[in-house]
Write a protein of this length. Structure first.
Length: 579
């Protein structure tokens, strides 16, 4: 039960709400002091203070404080603050675009490790607690790493050590995110009628903290330098240790018998546990290779090998529908060629480095463009819900990939400086492309969120969701390695050095490759994506109950059991468990 219930709680929440309506039409819930189902907006209209009082009554101030530290301060503010500063610190080391791209992929790998972190915390509790000790341990290491990265000057801190510090900081944030999600999912199960309130509290203030980080980080980098960003993150990252140390996670201490029962549940679901370990192993391999080998080609082919291995392993153990979508998601994300490091130098380089460049200030590049992108992402979600939620999965993903491909042409225009020839200022052109790309990306991403939830079998929603989402996050790192390889092939390796205009000569060609790659996903979608509506069940029959139903492993297991026991194939039913 890694972060069990987070998605499963939605179905529990719905059923509980239906029961309240059928029995008392919500009056009983109101009489007990709880909100009626669906009353989130109604309560908010009576004032935020009343809404917060209801939250405090239903979940307690300790839980709200804990969620503020992990979700709002950690995942919302610190993550956005830190990630934005990384490229500026890499530039202090004089890294070229390829090396920067590889290290960027490495520092995001902890988010692909979440399934294994959840598995570890559940089967190996420390002194009877499965959450608080892990949060404290990883927070202390993360804070220490951020402090080192922020205080030690680049002359005394090798770039590999800085990458390890950044990786460790992200590991803290991903661990705290996972375990806090699991905790508020438990609370939702205890109080289903108030589930929408706590979810609104988590996500609304997370977005607010992200926007605060976006609009402030540019000024900090401009006037104080990127190193200070890590010092600020270290101070804020330490805050979570206080409430967790004071018992604000409110978890009961498990006995040996409790731990043994939980472990037996995981033994019964050995296939899922194996996938958690396999995904973790793949991310560790990518991390070690990136930190020990300078060769871009070695990192690229290692990433391709890991991606191939993950597709094969997941396809062997998962049901056909799950396996196909997982393969599509991993391939599609990996083919989203990431060349942001070269783009960073293209937009930020000073006139003596690239005379024809846009010469954006850190504030405009990091705060204005990113902030506008965040706002337009909300527009993308609204337009998806209003106009595209009735489309079939296959048609919408094909449409989004084609539109995303067309928008990639805009990158070719600015990298080739055609927009300047047409008299369009760089600032205006980039703002326009940011508006369009951020909006369309949500059309590209939202149906995948929906289908992920639809595909997960009952009782394993959160575990399977974490695994499939972990593969998606792994694809992002593979995309970074692929982008680094292509940049090197085309000789696009700027590093901020004086007189490096030649490094950008072929950048538009690299971007042109990104125009055609989405069409591979379009072709694959005909075979790998179901053509059902987003409001219909994607999996039926055994696949709706068992994540391994009909898998290659299940068929081999069933066949082997039949041969060894002499059981009739027609009467034997594989239940996916160890005898």
């Amino acid at each position: 039960q890694v972060c069990q219930i987070l998605l499963g709680s939605r179905s529990n929440m719905t059923s509980a709400s239906e029961q309240v309506h059928k029995k008392t039409d919500g009056d009983e819930a109101a009489a007990k002091g709880g909100p009626r189902p669906g009353d989130v907006l109604h309560q908010a209209s009576h004032g935020p203070l009343e809404w917060m009082r209801n939250l405090e009554r239903d979940f307690g101030y300790k839980m709200l404080c804990f969620l503020f530290c992990t979700q709002h301060l950690g995942k919302g503010f610190i993550r956005m603050f830190q990630v934005t500063a990384d490229n500026y610190i890499y530039a202090l080391y004089g890294l070229n675009a390829s090396a920067m791209q590889i290290f960027t992929g490495v520092t995001q790998l902890p988010w692909a490790m979440k399934p294994f972190i959840g598995l570890l915390s559940d089967v190996c509790p420390i002194v009877g607690y499965s959450k608080a000790p892990y949060i404290i341990i990883f927070s202390m290491t993360g804070v220490g790493a951020m402090f080192v990265a922020g205080v030690v000057q680049t002359a005394y801190l090798p770039v590999v050590c800085f990458v390890i510090c950044s990786f460790t900081a992200q590991f803290q944030l991903s661990t705290n995110d996972l375990l806090s999600e699991a905790k508020y999912a438990e609370k939702i199960n205890e109080n289903p009628a108030s589930g929408p309130n706590i979810l609104t509290f988590v996500w609304f203030f997370m977005v607010v903290c992200e926007l605060v980080a976006v609009f402030s980080v540019g000024a900090v980098i401009t006037y104080c330098g990127p190193k200070l960003v890590y010092v600020i993150c270290a101070v804020l990252g330490a805050v979570v240790i206080v409430p967790v140390g004071m018992g604000y996670t409110e978890e009961a201490k498990m006995t040996r018998a409790d731990v043994e029962r939980k472990r037996q549940k995981f033994v019964a679901q050995w296939e899922v546990c194996f996938l958690c370990v396999a995904l973790f192993t793949g991310t560790v391999v990518l991390t070690i290779v990136a930190l020990t080998y300078d060769s871009v080609a070695v990192n690229f082919w290692t990433a391709v090998s890991v991606a191939t291995a993950m597709i094969c392993i997941f396809s062997f153990f998962l049901s056909p529908t799950l396996a196909k979508f997982n393969a599509f998601s991993l391939v599609q994300t990996s083919l989203s060629l990431s060349t942001s490091s070269a783009g960073y130098y293209f937009f930020i380089d000073l006139p003596d480095a690239y005379p024809k460049g846009p010469h954006f200030s850190p504030f405009f590049y990091s705060s204005v463009l990113t902030g506008v992108g965040g706002v337009c992402s909300l527009i993308g979600i609204v337009t998806y819900q209003r106009y595209l939620s009735s489309w079939s999965y296959r048609n919408l993903l094909q449409f989004a990939n084609v539109v995303y491909s067309v928008l990639s042409l805009l990158d070719c225009i600015i990298y080739s400086r055609v927009n300047v020839s047409l008299g369009i200022p760089d600032h205006i052109f980039c703002l326009s492309t940011t508006v369009l790309s951020s909006t369309v990306y949500q059309w590209y991403w939202m149906p995948q969120v929906v289908i992920l939830a639809q595909l997960c079998p009952k009782g394993m929603e959160a575990t399977l969701y974490a695994l499939l989402a972990g593969c998606h996050n792994l694809g992002s790192s593979i995309s970074s390695n692929a982008g680094a390889y292509v940049l090197q092939l085309f000789g696009c390796e700027p590093s901020g050095a004086i007189g490096e205009s030649a490094q950008f000569a072929n950048l538009w060609k690299v971007s042109a490759i990104a125009v055609f790659l989405p069409f591979v996903s379009v072709v694959l979608s005909f075979y790998l994506i179901p053509n059902g509506s987003q409001t219909e069940a994607v999996v039926v029959g055994d696949e709706a109950e068992d994540a391994t139903a009909g898998s290659v492993c299940a068929r081999w297991w069933r066949k082997g059991t039949k041969l060894s026991q002499g059981t009739s194939y027609d009467t034997f039913k594989f239940d996916g468990q160890i005898a």
